[in-house]
Structures are given as structure tokens and as C-alpha cells.
Design a protein around this ligand. Structure first.
Ligand code: CO8
Length: 262
């Protein structure tokens, strides 16, 4: 499939989606969201992909939010279907069994922050800016910001960002635990790819189970979450990777994880 609004590449088990509307700071219009959805479907069914990296074209922006020229034409009905379809796509991203890393290389505003926080973690360049500026447009976050942001940085800080619409710097985002690492822009992809390669070398089933245990556990009480972990731990033994990992340690060699279930 030829994409026009994203660039989709796969190299050594690492897929990269680059939002590619630099003239509009990679704002999310309908065609871009449709392509993102197709690319996520392709990734979900490709056994060879171990990690997904999302980033933005150019050196100024990751994603500057939904395309405001489209938002300006909405009525309530259209807003509902747009928000619902955005949620479906972002949910596809969140429930991927592989790891998704956001490489935020500039503005991540509105839908940009919402995509980034649906990833497993975020690395940001020093010039990155985060925010939920929807309030300045007379609306509210519509792609999960009111739900995922408070879960990530706490209710009161999320409310302050959503109610004021202000932008925060990469350094502030680091302090809030919104991003894991801040690096100079020219080193962002190198740092992300270094971490992606480490993750890609691990067992596929254990990665999937670890991700699902954390994700599911965050939405339930501790006892239920611990139950989820017990089942996930046991499921790892359905993959030869558990045998390989433990044998490699005992034989003092590097584990070679093949993934897959027995
Ligand atoms: N939509 C459309 N075009 C955009 C957007 C956008 N979100 N952001 C920037 N652009 C365009 C500008 O219009 C401009 O185009 P042109 O050159 O043709 O005039 C070009 O990109 C460059 O932008 P600026 O000249 O404004 O660049 P600056 O460096 O001066 O400013 C900013 C950069 C601060 C990022 C500024 O562009 C800005 O504030 N952009 C809007 C950010 C925003 O409000 N985003 C949130 C959108 S709402 C949202 O994401 C909700 C998601 C869920 C919706 C669900 C609802 C149903």
C-alpha cells in the first residue's frame, strides 16, 4: 500500500511510522488517520515486527493535533463520529502486542500528545512541547486525553494542562513522568533505535505478556492486577523462550529468543 500522509518503514524487526504533513506540522487529517489505521492493522498481523516507533517528519513537530481546518466544519454528530474513529485508531495502537515508542521531535499537541501517551513510553527531543490546547478552540481533548493523561501524570496536573491549554517543555514533561528521556534533537532517533533494538532482542511472548499485565493491571485493583500477572507469568512458559532464557543463563551464553508459542 502506498501511503501519502505517513511514511511506513520496517527494518530489522523495527517498524517506523513517520507522520508526514510537515507543512501543516503533521496535523491529523482524515486521510492521515485512515493511513495510520491501515498501517497499525498491517503491524498487528506481521509476525516479524517486534517494536513500533512513531515520529514526525521535519524538525519542528511530532503532531500538532487534529487538523483544525477539518474541526472547523464539524457539528455534534460529525464530532462524535470523528472522536469515535480517533479513539478506535488510538486503541489499536495501545493494544498492539508489540512495544510502541513515541519519538517526539517537536510539537505534540492535542491529538499529538494523545497518540504519544497511547504508546508504551516516550523519548523527546529538547525542543519538544506537549499540551492539550483544545480548550483554546472551545472544545476538549477527543482522542483520549481526558482519560489517559490523568492516569499517567495524575488528576490535578492533567486538569491544569487541559483547563489552561498551556504547552509544557520536554524538561517539564520529564519531571512529570510524561516522557522517559530527553535528548538533543539530532540524537533522538539514535537513542530511540538503541532502546528499540534492545527490546526487539527479547522474547516476543514475554514482551507481550509484560505489556498486557501492566496495561490491564493499571485499570483494576491491586489483587486483581496480581492475578493478571500470575496468569501472564504462566503463559510465558507456553513459549520456548522461557526454556531458552533460563538455559542460556545456566549455560553462561547469550539467549537467542525465537518467540512464538510451543
Ligand atoms: N491543524 C491544521 N493546521 C495546522 C495545525 C493544526 N492543528 N497546526 C499547525 N498548522 C499549520 C498552520 O496553520 C500553518 O499553516 P500555513 O503555513 O499554511 O499558515 C503551519 O501549520 C505552520 O504553523 P504556524 O505558522 O502556526 O507555526 P508556529 O511555529 O507559529 O506555531 C504551533 C506552531 C504553536 C504548533 C501552532 O501552529 C498551533 O498552535 N497549532 C495548533 C495546535 C492545536 O491547537 N492543536 C490541537 C488541535 S485539536 C486536537 O488535536 C483535538 C484532537 C481530538 C479531536 C476530536 C474532536 C472531535
Amino acid at each position: 500500500m502506498a501511503y501519502e500522509n505517513i511514511v511506513y518503514e520496517v527494518k530489522e524487526g523495527i517498524a517506523t511510522i513517520t507522520f508526514n504533513r510537515p507543512k501543516a506540522l503533521n496535523a491529523l487529517n482524515g486521510p492521515l488517520l485512515a493511513e495510520l489505521s491501515l498501517a497499525l492493522d498491517a503491524i498487528a498481523t506481521d509476525e516479524n515486527i517486534r517494536v513500533l516507533v512513531l515520529t514526525g517528519a521535519g524538525d519542528k513537530s511530532f503532531v500538532a493535533g487534529a487538523d483544525i481546518s477539518e474541526l472547523a466544519t464539524f457539528d455534534s454528530l460529525k464530532a462524535k463520529s470523528f472522536a469515535r474513529s480517533g479513539h478506535n485508531i488510538i486503541n489499536k495502537l495501545q493494544i498492539l502486542s508489540i512495544t510502541a515508542i513515541a519519538a517526539v521531535n517537536g510539537f505534540a499537541l492535542g491529538g499529538g500528545t494523545e497518540i504519544a501517551i497511547a504508546c508504551d513510553f516516550i523519548y523527546a527531543s529538547e525542543n519538544a512541547k506537549f499540551g492539550q490546547p483544545e480548550i483554546n478552540l472551545g472544545v476538549i481533548p477527543g482522542f483520549g486525553g481526558t482519560q489517559r493523561l490523568p492516569r499517567l501524570i495524575g488528576t490535578s496536573m492533567a486538569k491544569e494542562l487541559i483547563f489552561t491549554g498551556k504547552m509544557i517543555s520536554a524538561e517539564e514533561a520529564l519531571q512529570l513522568g510524561l516522557v522517559n528521556k530527553v535528548v538533543p534533537q539530532d540524537r533522538l532517533m539514535e537513542e530511540v533505535m538503541k532502546t528499540a533494538a534492545i527490546i526487539a532482542s527479547k522474547g516476543k511472548v514475554s514482551l507481550r505478556e509484560a505489556k498486557q499485565a501492566v496495561n490491564k493491571g493499571m485499570n483494576v485493583d491491586l489483587a486483581t492486577g496480581c492475578g493478571i500477572e500470575i496468569d501472564a507469568f504462566a503463559l510465558c512458559y507456553a513459549s520456548p523462550d522461557a526454556k531458552e532464557g533460563t538455559s542460556a543463563f545456566l549455560e553462561k551464553r547469550k539467549a537467542e529468543f525465537k518467540g512464538g508459542l510451543k
